[in-house]
Design a protein around this ligand. Structure first.
Ligand code: NDP
Length: 302
């Protein structure tokens, strides 16, 4: 590690990059505000391992070239974010079962020169929920949204809960997930899809003990207000909002009403820890990663 003192007198610790340094990274667009570089580089530094994590902006339509670059430049692994999580499957050599069934990849790892796709989002969300509540089995769950995050979380939740409702603006997308759940878990879990509106929120959330929001941060507050105004969230409920902005008014209100809550920062850190293990073969220093994520979030403009 090199110490560099910049003009203001602040001392920075810089990794020493050499010909032996292993490169990991992130592909997506946009990636400027990602917390992942801070999380992974802090973990590499704390274990003193010769890895570096670099964000690569890859626009829609440039994915084939980017994967070719990963191959030829010997990049060890990357995280994959919007808009490439689904499209990337066709460029890889192997897809693990979870990612194949979900239909999305968020982590690529090089194994004997071949690129393998994995998905750690759902597992990380489940670990986050398990941290709040000892058992999920037998619960009635609601997922808001039916995009990539919802699909990954539904895949894992459907193997544990008794009932699962998916509410989405485009109902057909929610129905496609419930059809898949019937393939994944047979008749064990009762599942249904609904449009996303005040009536469906009232009907489904009032009977749920578990709520997962996957609607993006610019969309959710409207629906969060309904949940709070109609007193649909409170004691006895466990809530995960996968967004990880600094201030989360909805979760603060829900917690005040007695719910156990987690925001997406914990999930982000847990999925990073799973990627870290895939790339390095070592247990991730999760507290270091969490500290770096909190610090990076505090200074980011998101
Ligand atoms: P997708 O783009 O795949 O899905 C977006 C979802 O939001 C869809 O269900 C879409 O509905 C809905 N939506 C978008 N705009 C509106 C709107 N105006 N009104 C109502 N619904 C709307 O995104 P992802 O699932 O990949 O990601 C969702 C969020 O989760 C993002 O904010 C992302 O940052 C976060 N995330 C967090 C992670 C973590 O580790 N904490 C990991 C992964 C994601 P429709 O189908 O009708 O278009």
């Amino acid at each position: 590690m090199n110490d560099l003192t910049i003009a203001s007198g602040t001392s920075l610790s810089l990794p020493t990059i050499s010909g032996a340094t292993k490169v990991c990274g992130l592909i997506g667009d946009p990636i400027e505000h990602s917390l992942s570089p801070a999380i992974h580089n802090a973990a590499f530094r704390s274990l003193d391992i010769d890895f570096v994590y670099v964000p690569f902006r890859v626009r829609r339509g440039e994915l084939a070239e980017a994967i070719g670059g990963i191959r030829s430049l010997g990049v060890l692994g990357v995280n994959v974010t919007m808009p490439h999580k689904t499209d990337v499957l066709r460029f890889l050599d192997m897809i693990d079962r979870t990612a194949r069934e979900i239909g999305a990849v968020n982590t690529i790892v090089r194994n004997d020169g071949r690129l393998q796709g994995c998905n750690t989002d759902g597992q990380a969300a489940l670990a986050s929920l398990a941290n709040l509540r000892s058992s999920l089995s037998g619960s009635t769950a609601v997922i808001l949204g039916a995009g990539g995050a919802a699909r990954a979380i539904a895949y894992h939740l459907s193997k544990m809960v008794e009932e699962l409702a998916i509410l989405n603006r485009t109902r057909s997308k929610a129905s496609r997930i419930t059809a898949k759940i019937r393939m994944w878990s047979g008749t064990r879990t009762s599942c249904r899809s609904q449009g996303l509106n005040r009536a469906s929120l009232r009907k489904e959330v009032s009977r749920a003990s578990l709520l997962v929001n996957t609607l993006p941060v610019h969309v959710f507050p409207r629906f969060g207000k309904i949940l709070v105004q109609e007193k649909l969230v409170g004691r006895g409920m466990t809530i995960l909002d996968v967004n990880y902005q600094r201030e989360n008014e909805f979760l603060a209100e829900a917690q005040l009403a007695g719910a156990k809550v987690a925001d997406g920062l914990d999930m982000l850190v847990r999925q990073a820890a799973l990627s870290f293990r895939l790339w390095t073969g070592r247990d991730a220093p999760i507290d270091v990663m969490r500290g770096a994520a909190i610090q990076a979030r505090a200074t980011s403009s998101r």
